[in-house]
Design a protein around this ligand. Structure first.
Ligand SMILES: Cc1cc2nc3c(=O)[nH]c(=O)nc-3n(C[C@H](O)[C@H](O)[C@H](O)COP(=O)(O)OP(=O)(O)OC[C@H]3O[C@@H](n4cnc5c(N)ncnc54)[C@H](O)[C@@H]3O)c2cc1C
Length: 496
């Protein structure tokens, strides 16, 4: 019926690398000509969880791939489209035997797109082969033996990118496809201060971390300023798949075996386990995107204040560490774990706003937005799982402990920089006289606190502690424990 040439397509998503890429390896293994495809899908371009910084990171990652693909006379076909239109147009030129990709633990729109796409493949007699992504399993109903399987997966040999000569579709053939598709302009701003996408940059971060930067990892992990260089900063590269967790895990394991001080690299290794643990949780309970995982908390009603929400988003709450963290996040796409947790706690506990209203603003700012970590962490920090300890962060105490010289606050809230350090942490304690001495006016140069933190902290604590005993919360907590926790919960923290 058809004289079109047969090909395979690798549909790249959050796996933007050539090495240790199971989808690419499986496609090449068939020996058939193979096209590498990335689709900037309208459903994601228009989705409020995403922002320009993410798409620029993806473009930089594809540019990096294209550089590595030059010797093979090919490149990634990069188009803006919805997925079925893209495949329909490719099918005008080729008979597609199979599509290879990784399982995507994504947001609801991508889950629904995948369901439709499964039907599309069936109707078009295309095999869609989806590989396990970073050890996360589809279709599990509990976590029995999950960690053992994850560790087994992490110990498997890395997959080499090794195409046969001319196996990857030639540039000329890609040019023909480009003539019918909407090609995406891969240019990105040159003066960006965000971490630059691509495997080549990822490995520079990894090398400097493993060679040197990891040495104070656990000492600095909670410090907003020092963590910026002594944490790995690999999160966007992991989230967009510029490196696989297995590549990083094996490097870290080797380093730990040679190291005398296993504490730091051990702490890092346990966070790689958490990465998969959280994504697995979301994979098994995707309604977490919009609803509290513990259904008992769905009756918790908070009154919305757009004024509070706006002040939080703009870093104008009158609480210096909160404002510094938000401004830094907006500007650079990154703050460390503790500052993220504090931002969520401040929004949900102190401002008493629903975590759902923080979700899109944060995901747009996090360069490393990973749905499988984002939603479970939001709910955990909001205290709505019923199985984790309630933590209401005190921004002032966190500032005094983790930014004692106010180095971080001074950088991001420069209007406080000329004050003495104790006042930088608590400008609202300054008397009229002191404000005059420093030529500083609270309420004009920097906002007064937008809420009474002591009062609001108590309200949140009372309500959330009481709710822990609510029969539905308790029932749901048992269900969550049964479905999502490992038999040995401490194994996730293991440092050796
Ligand atoms: C509300 C909230 C939202 C978050 N959203 C994201 C997100 O969208 N994407 C994301 O990658 N991380 C997220 N995190 C987890 C964590 O803050 C970041 O992974 C970490 O700060 C990234 O910096 P790093 O790469 O230097 O981490 P490192 O400390 O060097 O850790 C190495 C890797 O381990 C993983 N990791 C580290 N901490 C955690 C954790 N607590 N849970 C799960 N995995 C972890 C990440 O992949 C990270 O790159 C979130 C945390 C909170 C509290």
């Amino acid at each position: 019926m058809t004289d079109k040439p047969n090909i395979n397509v690798v549909w790249l998503k959050r796996d933007l690398r050539l090495q240790d890429n199971e989808a690419i390896t499986n496609a090449l293994y068939t020996g058939k000509p193979t096209l590498l495809l990335y689709v900037f899908e309208h459903i994601l371009l228009n989705d409020n969880h995403y922002s320009e910084r993410h798409f620029n990171f993806i473009k930089e990652s594809i540019n990096d791939l294209n550089k590595q693909l030059e010797p093979y006379n090919t490149k990634v076909l990069s188009v803006t489209s919805d997925i079925q239109t893209a495949f329909n147009l490719i099918q005008e030129f080729y008979k597609i035997d199979a599509i290879f990709s990784h399982v995507e633990t994504g947001i609801l729109v991508t889950y629904n797109r995948d369901k439709e796409f499964t039907r599309y493949c069936r109707n078009n007699f295309i095999r869609w082969n989806q590989s396990k992504n970073n050890g996360v399993e589809r279709g599990l109903t509990n976590r029995d033996n999950w960690l053992e399987q994850w560790e087994d997966y992490m110990s498997q040999p890395l997959l080499e990118f090794n195409p046969e000569e001319n196996q990857l579709l030639h540039l000329n053939a890609i040019t023909k496809l480009e003539s019918v598709l909407t090609v995406t302009d891969l240019d990105t701003p040159k003066d960006s201060i965000f971490q630059k996408g691509g495997s080549s940059t990822a490995w520079k971060y990894a090398s400097s971390f493993f060679e040197n930067r990891h040495k104070d990892y656990m000492f600095n992990i909670s410090k907003p300023e020092a963590s910026r260089t002594s944490c790995s900063r690999l999160s966007p590269y992991i989230a967009w798949g510029n490196v696989s967790i297995r590549q990083i895990f094996q490097k870290a394991q080797n380093l730990k075996e040679q190291s005398n001080d296993k504490r730091h690299i051990g702490g890092f290794l346990s966070r790689l386990r958490w990465q998969a643990h959280f994504i697995q949780k979301f994979e098994m309970e995707h309604t977490m995107e919009n609803e509290s995982v513990n259904k008992g908390y769905q009756k918790l009603k908070k009154s919305i204040s757009l004024k509070y929400q706006q002040a939080w988003k703009e870093g104008q709450t009158g609480f210096p560490l909160v404002d510094a963290s938000m401004r830094c996040l907006v500007e650079t796409g990154y703050v460390n774990f503790r500052m993220r947790a504090m931002l969520v706690s401040f929004f949900t506990h102190i401002l008493w706003q629903p975590w759902q209203n923080a979700s899109e603003h944060l995901s747009q700012q996090f360069l490393d937005f990973e749905p499988g970590i984002h939603f479970p962490q939001l709910q955990m920090q909001a205290g709505e799982t019923g199985i984790n300890n309630l933590r209401i962060y005190n921004p002032t105490l966190n500032g005094l402990k983790h930014d004692p010289d106010a180095e971080f606050i001074k950088k991001w809230v420069p209007e406080l920089a000329h004050l003495d350090v104790p006042f930088i942490h608590e400008p609202y304690l300054m008397t009229e006289l002191e404000q005059g001495l420093y030529n500083f006016k609270l309420g004009e140069d920097y906002p007064e606190p937008i809420v009474d933190i002591k009062e609001n902290r108590k309200r949140a604590s009372d309500i959330l502690w009481n709710m822990k005993n609510d029969p539905e919360v308790v029932k749901e907590s048992f269900r969550i424990l049964k479905r999502h926790t490992l038999q040995d919960r401490n194994s996730l923290l293991r440092h050796n």
